[in-house]
Design a protein around this ligand. Structure first.
Ligand SMILES: NC(=O)C1=CN([C@@H]2O[C@H](COP(=O)(O)OP(=O)(O)OC[C@H]3O[C@@H](n4cnc5c(N)ncnc54)[C@H](OP(=O)(O)O)[C@@H]3O)[C@@H](O)[C@H]2O)[C@@H](O)CC1
Ligand SMILES: [K+]
Length: 527
């Protein structure tokens, strides 16, 4: 698990080393610049190229850029430094770096000196992967205009320079700390932003590098230790966390002396009449994740297909007409089923009929085991607000952006501006675990624990992928993990399984069921 810091937290973190412990700012900067110069040299050697443009702003990000330019100049590369304009007042560190550069005679110019400074916006290139350039590589651009100190939208000469960088098809772009124009707090583009091939960041990851679109614009991200004094583990835990492969070791082992009862009972309440797909995907994923017993509770019409496609599942069916005619009897049936379960998946594909609403209400009212509330159960809660009155600490909600928008009334664009805050506020308001699904899913758990997921691939942007996630989380609860941990680890494992499925079927070809079937590849390697 690694901490991910906001811009403000990062500022406090580096101030702690500089002011708190007396490590000189220029010492940290020298190491930061060296990490950038090393990465640049690696690329220049590989590409057999010799040109370096260091495009710098007037803060310490710019000072890093000037220092790295000096190091590359001393190695014999053809280096030029570019500033947006002549009259900018620089930070103390920048002035110090510029004094050295002047004595060495490294050319320093301004944006106006560039003959091909463009006005028009460079179109996005959705099919170009980071690191791919159209023509052969002539050299490297160091993007050191803004780092974590970006405080407002970019305009004027700054914006022109950003567009100029994006227009250099034959140069590789290394972003110093974070691509200029990206908010380090939430990854949003503030007016315009650099698309980097590589980003070299210092000390800790920033939220702007793990949330989209910043995550995409970083290209390959490298985190370099530059000598900051680390925080205690209690302090680190207060930050947003990101899981890594080591966390797979937290999946409980299977013991020699065990049986199916040892690994928990998952009840999947999913699927509508003649629509069994969601229940099958969820149940299959729960079994693949390691649950001992999985029962599917679904309309009678789905009996044959469930038996045929997943004979390992226990099946319990209900008559939807009867359920509507005699809700009390239906409630008793539901109570018997929920009593059996150690964990419940509630909602995938159940529809919005009255009996579905009755089912959601009864489960929320009477079941005390962890409940993963997804899809139509969430839509029902949005439509019949009184259902949210039953939200308590045993509930994990797994909305995607549209479902979250229905639940909260907040516009999707607004939530995307700060998904961490959106998930956190929802979890705190209702006392639930909130999994806000998106390309970078945010998990807001108990005790203020918040995670951003780093695994996954666009190959998973397909129908049924969310159903699989419910089964993965349920499987982890069945194995014995606490709800917040099961949710965070479940999202991570689900993403890794998606990556494994992409290896087999390509980025366009993955089916949701194949994500479930690739789960064993993930934890087999991890444990
Ligand atoms: N020793 C250390 O601390 C270490 C720091 N390190 C490095 O320092 C970086 C942080 O440096 P930083 O705090 O100086 O901020 P930075 O990103 O350079 O920008 C601030 C400047 O931009 C300006 N500005 C902001 N927005 C603007 C806009 N839209 N349009 C125009 N101007 C705008 C702002 O002006 P102002 O807002 O004051 O008007 C100010 O002049 C960090 O990312 C890392 O690279 C590493 O070397 C490790 C050691
Ligand atoms: K930068």
């Amino acid at each position: 698990m690694k901490a991910v810091l906001s811009g403000k937290e990062m500022k406090e973190f580096d101030a702690r080393s500089i002011k708190g412990y007396g490590i000189p700012s220029l010492v940290l900067m020298e190491r930061a610049a060296m990490a950038v110069a090393e990465k640049a040299e690696e690329i220049l050697e590989k590409e057999r190229a010799g040109t370096v443009w260091s495009v710098c702003g007037f803060g310490n990000n710019g000072a890093d850029g000037v220092a790295a330019a000096r190091m590359l100049f001393l190695k014999g590369y053809d280096v030029k430094i570019v500033f947006p304009q002549r009259d900018g007042k620089g930070s103390e560190e920048l002035e110090a770096q510029l004094n050295v550069v002047k004595r060495l005679g490294i050319p320093v110019m301004t944006a106006e000196d560039l003959s091909d400074l463009v006005e028009k916006k460079i179109p996005a290139q959705p099919f170009r992967k980071a690191g791919e350039r159209k023509r052969s590589c002539r050299g490297v651009i160091l993007d050191a205009i803004f780092g974590i100190g970006l405080s407002r939208n970019v305009e004027g000469a700054y914006r022109k320079l950003i567009r100029w960088i994006n227009g250099q098809e034959d140069m590789k772009v290394i972003a110093v700390d974070i691509p200029s124009g990206i908010s380090s707090d939430n990854g949003s583009v503030m007016g315009d932003a650099v698309r980097a091939d590589v980003t070299v960041t210092f000390g800790e990851k920033k939220l702007g590098q793990v949330l989209f679109p910043g995550r995409d614009l970083c290209g390959h991200l490298f985190v370099k230790d530059v000598g900051f004094v680390p925080e205690s583990s209690a302090e680190r835990e207060k930050h947003v966390q990101m899981l890594d492969r080591e966390d797979l070791l937290r999946i409980p082992a299977r013991m020699a002396d065990s049986n199916k009862g040892t690994y928990g009972k998952v009840l999947v309440m999913a699927g509508a009449k003649n629509m069994a797909g969601a229940s099958l995907l969820s149940a299959r994923a729960a079994y693949r994740m390691g649950a001992g017993l999985v029962k599917v509770f679904t309309p009678e019409e789905n009996r044959l297909i469930v038996q045929e496609k997943l004979p390992e599942a226990i099946l319990s069916t209900y008559d939807t007409k009867e359920a509507e005619k005699d809700p009390e009897n239906f409630a008793r049936k539901i109570a018997r089923e929920t009593e059996w379960a150690d964990v419940i998946v509630l909602g995938p594909g159940i529809g919005m009929e009255d009996y579905a609403r009755c089912m959601v209400e009864n489960v929320l009212k009477d079941a005390y085991v962890p409940i993963i509330l997804d899809a139509d159960a969430l839509n029902l809660a949005a439509e019949y607000r009184e259902l949210t009155g039953y939200f308590t600490e045993n509930i994990i909600v797994t909305p995607h952006m549209k479902e979250m928008s229905r639940l909260t009334g907040i516009q999707i664009e607004e939530m995307k501006e700060n998904p961490v805050r959106t998930a956190r506020e929802f979890a705190d308001q209702y006392g639930v675990v909130c999994v806000l699904k998106d390309a970078a899913t945010v998990i807001a758990g108990r005790d203020g624990k918040t995670f951003v997921n780093g695994s996954g691939t666009p190959a998973m942007a397909k129908g049924g992928s969310g159903d699989v996630l419910t089964g993965v989380i349920a499987g982890l609860v069945a194995l014995g993990l606490e709800e917040s941990d099961a949710a965070a680890l479940g999202v991570y494992v689900h993403g890794l399984a998606g990556e494994a499925a992409e290896q087999h079927f390509g980025v366009h070809g993955v089916l949701a069921g194949e994500i479930a079937d690739c789960l064993p590849e993930v934890y087999r390697d991890g444990i």
